[in-house]
Design a protein around this ligand. Sequence first.
Ligand SMILES: Cc1cc2nc3c(=O)[nH]c(=O)nc-3n(C[C@H](O)[C@H](O)[C@H](O)COP(=O)(O)OP(=O)(O)OC[C@H]3O[C@@H](n4cnc5c(N)ncnc54)[C@H](O)[C@@H]3O)c2cc1C
Length: 452
Amino acid sequence: MSSFWLDSIAQHRVKRESLEQDIEVDVAIVGGGYSGLWTAYYLKLFQPDLRIAIIESDHVGFGASGRNGGWCSGFLPMTLSELDRAHGRDAAINMYRESFRTLDEIESVLAKEDIDCDYHRGGTIRGATNVVQQIRVVDEVAELRSYGFSESDLQLLTTDDCKSRINLQGLLASNYTPHCAVIHPAKLAFGLAQAVENRGVKIYENSRVTKITSRRVELQDITVRCQIVVRATEGFTSQLKQHRRTLAPLYSYMVVTEPLSDSQRAEIGWHNRETYHDARNMIIYVQITKDGRIAFGGRGAPYHFGSSVKPAFDNHNVIHQRIVESMHQVFPITKSLEITRRWGGPLGVPRNWQPSVNFDRATGLASLGGYVGDGVAATNLAARTLAHLVISDSHPLTKLPWVNKSSRKWELEPMRYLGINGLLKLSTGIDKHEGTTNTPDKIRTKILDMFL
Ligand SMILES: Cc1cc2nc3c(=O)[nH]c(=O)nc-3n(C[C@H](O)[C@H](O)[C@H](O)COP(=O)(O)OP(=O)(O)OC[C@H]3O[C@@H](n4cnc5c(N)ncnc54)[C@H](O)[C@@H]3O)c2cc1C
């Protein structure tokens, strides 16, 4: 199994048959992660007679959906002002409002389908550990306010407010949003799979798709004929021949500790299980699990030439060591805790760093993804949007700015390799500069902004 989460419920994994012969369905979905599962869920909900097959190369939840940090966040990988610049102010506001509402939607499905995934909506705290981060934390609140969002969406915390939630030392500022829940990622994937099967969706595992074309999905020696094909392959998309440059696979890595002792928990608090990150450029993300472990993740691993994705990349000694060091720095309490598991996995990153939902009725080709590591909640919104596009009911979601706005392709190699790794190095360099000098690194930040 490829993560702490998958290990922890390995005994509940349902082993499904693989696709052994040609079939014909209405909708073929390639990929058994949240994107594929939520798409099947909503299509069946809206049109119960649809014949739907999910075709998964490994097993349900094998990808990022079974490995992530468990942040089910209403915040998107693109900011309001980035959306505003690309699509206009109203579109940006609509997109964020729908994204925030997505947590209510997920909660209601979990209740309706009886999915227990340790869901708890404790919100997110973002801390600042130096003066530059402090400015970012304050600016983020101001930006949301300038788009008409209120204190109840994002607010600054006083030092005491923050400490009463998580007893963190040395923060210069922090903000808090209620629009985030923690989940056990693999439990959500397995629960969704069960829910769609209960509604009549067929899931095939250990069935690798080699080619997707209009109304046709090809596996080795097997063909699936269908009206609509949904590509939901995210970080693995580059492995499909026609999609080598559609999404770049960037790796994110995590570690998890043994559970905190009662006295450590009393010291740190954290009883509302808020997710935590800080305002550095190279993202870190933290949750405390239901059984009191600290699960700490970070990005910044080098991109692999040719967008290659290999099981060997799921562990990275240097990056894991860096993540452990960051964890000890942010949560000194973890220095005495054993790290019980390390893992990682690929995210899907489009050239414009913005996810999209795409459907072309003429060819029947659909896709969703490019969440840049923020897909736990966004997969639900994307899948609902796609399902409305497919049934063609002119639902307001089909007017969201990410609909049919797929990014241009990534550059050819070696430009892609040099460009992405250059940006990753730049981000890490800026963080180092900000941390050691307490001043902004204006030139390098400007260069970074030009490319992100
Ligand atoms: C370490 C890590 C931490 C993360 N933390 C967070 C977080 O805390 N919050 C958050 O919002 N997001 C997080 N993310 C991102 C989030 O997990 C993803 O955005 C989300 O799970 C994407 O779901 P998906 O279904 O689109 O992709 P995936 O879950 O990757 O599913 C794609 C599926 O397609 C299958 N597949 C691929 N190619 C083929 C093929 N040719 N034939 C058949 N099947 C195929 C794969 O096996 C896989 O199961 C994290 C990701 C990682 C890796």
